[in-house]
Structure formats: C-alpha cells, structure tokens
Design a protein around this ligand. Structure first.
Ligand code: SAM
Ligand code: ZN
Length: 275
C-alpha cells in the first residue's frame, strides 16, 4: 500500500515521496521517518505549531487506562459505525496514542488510515503499536489538525474522538459525500468518577453544533456501566479528563484512597456528511 499517496509537504504543499527512511518533496524539504515509523510533519514556520500536544505522562495514562478494557465498548461502537460507511481513506484527527486509529485499521482491512496528533509521544506509541499488530495500512504523523499535511478531498471519513474540531480542515480534506464522525462525552459520561470527587455533580452539556458545508446524518450513542479495578487505572482515567486540571488538591485526594470505581460511560457519535 502506498501510504504516502495523499501526504503533502507542510511547507510548500508539494507531494511527498518515500526515499529510504525519509519523505521528500521536489522543493528539497525532507522529513525523517522515526524508527517506529511515524514522521514529524509540523510546519516549523507556523507559530501555533510550537504548542505541544499531550505530554508523555498523559499519553501513558491513556494507554494504561485503555488496557483495562473499560473503553472497549466505545471502540467497538466507533468501528461498527465506521465500517458501515465502507471508507477507503480515513483520517483520525487528534488520534492520541492510537487506540481508536489502530482498531479502525484492524477492522476496516483495506482502508488507508492516517493518525494525526500534535503529541510526538502519542504518534510514537501509535506507530509502535501498529507495527506490533502487523498493520501495514496506517501512517502516523506529528501534525496540527488545523493544518493537515494532506491533499484536498482525499478522505472518505474523518474521525474526531474527544479532540478539537478543526472543521475547515475536515471540510478541505474530505471528498464530497464523505463522512465526519465526532465522538463526544454524553450527558452522563463518567458521572461515577465525578461523584467520587465533587460534592455537587454537574452533568455534561449536550453537543448541538452544526457546521457549514455538512449535513447531520445521525447520532449514535453507546452507554454502559463499567468498573475500574485498580487505583492506578482510576488515576489514569482521571488524568484523561478535563477535570484533572481544574480540581483542587483536596478533591483530587479523594480518589487516591479508591481501589475500585464504578462509573457510567456514555459517548455520542455525531455523524455528518460533506455536501
Ligand atoms: C483528549 S485527547 C484524545 C485522543 C484520542 N482521540 C483518544 O480519544 O484517545 C486530545 C488529543 O488531541 C491532541 N491535540 C490537541 N490539539 C491538537 C492540534 N491542534 N492538532 C493535533 N492534535 C491536537 C492532543 O495532543 C491529544 O492527544
Ligand atoms: Zn516542500
């Protein structure tokens, strides 16, 4: 599979070709593939690219938590929805450590799957995992999803799980008739975790965004209760949430004494079609 087919140079937007262990454009720009297979395609001249993605600790926490299997229901629901759309080219925008990306590549065998994230640690982990699973159809790149190194209208599906919505880039890179799946926390998502921390628990707001150039197709939800069975995994789950950065030390300490936590998992998938 020619994985570089739709990838363009982040500086001059020319096509990139594989040359030994680098990707090169005709303008003389060159990008080394790391040993694990990912490539850094951030445009060094763009100011917003200096902003780092998730840290090593945050990526580690994600991996540790995913290993518990507590989010398998989310992964399976996403793979079912994506498979039903029969995409040939998929972008996972804000792919993190690649949990969903690699599952999509395993489920939809013939698809070319791009995983983009600002975090070098995320893309590195994702590409190592892809290699360990023998996946030949994934390409992970350190990239800003607001400025993706891809040709116009090359993708059939953009997947965006718990990550910023770079709608202009999703519109540019999707072909007409292509789909966008936005996965967001449902109203009761992680309510049990919040109950363990806060005296007063606020439910999540319902997502109701609309986007120019897209029509809503459907909303699918996955909802179940799960039990996290170790204090390490509970802390890892907490690190994955936005609450981690806005909770007082006193409230954070309430979690430290727990070795088991039962919580709701509720994720809504908003499916749009590019018109
Ligand atoms: C909450 S995490 C979700 C990761 C993954 N989709 C998952 O569900 O496991 C959000 C991710 O978006 C990435 N991110 C944030 N802003 C970004 C940007 N402008 N371009 C690329 N990635 C970005 C972060 O590095 C982080 O990995
Ligand atoms: Zn170039």
């Amino acid at each position: 599979m020619e994985k570089e087919k739709y990838i363009v140079c982040p500086i001059c937007r020319g096509g990139l070709k594989r040359c030994n262990s680098s990707l090169k454009c005709e303008g003389g720009h060159s990008y080394d593939l790391a040993k694990s297979g990912y490539v850094n395609l951030l445009n060094p001249g763009k100011k917003n690219n200096a902003k780092a993605g998730d840290s090593k600790e945050m990526i580690r926490a994600r991996t540790l938590f995913f290993q518990t299997g507590c989010y398998e229901g989310i992964k399976n629901a996403l793979c079912d929805i994506a498979s039903s759309l029969s995409p040939s080219v998929i972008i996972d925008a804000g792919c993190g450590e690649g949990y969903y990306t690699n599952s999509l590549a395993m489920t939809i065998n013939n698809a070319l799957v791009f995983g983009f994230d600002m975090s070098k640690f995320g893309t590195e982990h994702a590409s190592k995992q892809a290699r360990a699973k023998g996946l030949k159809s994934t390409l992970f790149s350190v990239s800003n999803i607001f400025d993706m190194p891809l040709e116009n209208e090359c993708a059939d599906l953009v997947v965006n799980m718990f990550a910023p919505v770079a709608i202009d880039e999703f519109r540019r890179t999707l072909r007409t008739g292509g789909h966008l799946i936005i996965g967001v926390a449902g109203v009761h998502h992680l309510e049990g975790l919040k109950r363990a921390i806060y005296d007063e628990v606020y439910l999540n707001e319902k997502f109701n965004d609309t986007y120019e150039g897209f029509v809503p197709v459907s909303v699918k939800s996955v909802k179940y209760s799960t039990t996290v069975n170790s204090s390490e995994a509970i802390w890892a789950l907490f690190q994955m949430t936005p609450y981690f950065h806005r909770t007082s030390i006193a409230d954070k300490e309430k979690l430290l004494g727990l070795s088991s936590l039962t919580t709701e998992v509720e994720v809504d998938f908003y499916i749009f079609k590019k018109i």
